[in-house]
Design a protein around this ligand. Structure first.
Ligand SMILES: *[C@@H]1O[C@H](CO)[C@@H](O)[C@H](O)[C@H]1NC(C)=O
Ligand SMILES: *[C@@H]1O[C@H](CO)[C@@H](O)[C@H](O)[C@H]1NC(C)=O
Ligand SMILES: *[C@@H]1O[C@H](CO)[C@@H](O)[C@H](O)[C@H]1NC(C)=O
Length: 97
């Protein structure tokens, strides 16, 4: 019985830890990183995650020679218009809240 209680407590702790952390940095694409060259389903990647807007950050890791990150408005995203980005990143390793 004590053994079972310990397992239950361990599970509770494991699941409770992420809830106590205010800010989490998500590596976009996990190990695949951020790339337009490699086929990767970023929509599928993001479906499994509950992002805490205002707390969490997205980290984009990519080859800066071939790729960058542009932050655009929702309307510009939908119309695929990157002429006036809100922000542009090109270090190859950018963390954006
Ligand atoms: C990016 O370009 C620089 C300068 O040409 C080169 O040294 C570096 O290896 C390149 N990085 C990648 C990931 O190809
Ligand atoms: C893209 O956005 C810019 C700046 O908001 C705007 O001037 C331009 O007309 C837009 N282009 C298209 C094709 O919608
Ligand atoms: C990106 O930057 C973070 C924070 O500075 C660092 O911990 C991480 O190792 C870097 N990742 C790569 C792939 O350079």
């Amino acid at each position: 019985m004590a053994f079972k209680t310990n397992i239950l407590l361990s599970l509770v702790l494991v699941f409770a830890v992420p809830l106590m952390v205010n800010a989490f940095v998500w590596n976009v694409g996990d190990a695949a990183g951020w790339s337009s060259q490699t086929p990767y389903d970023y929509t599928y990647w993001s479906m499994g995650i509950s992002f805490l807007v205002g707390d969490d950050s997205l980290r984009f890791v990519y080859d800066r020679n071939t790729t960058n990150v542009l932050e655009v408005t929702s309307a510009d995203y939908i119309s695929c218009n990157a002429t006036s980005p809100l922000a542009a990143y090109n270090t190859g390793n950018d963390t954006i809240q």
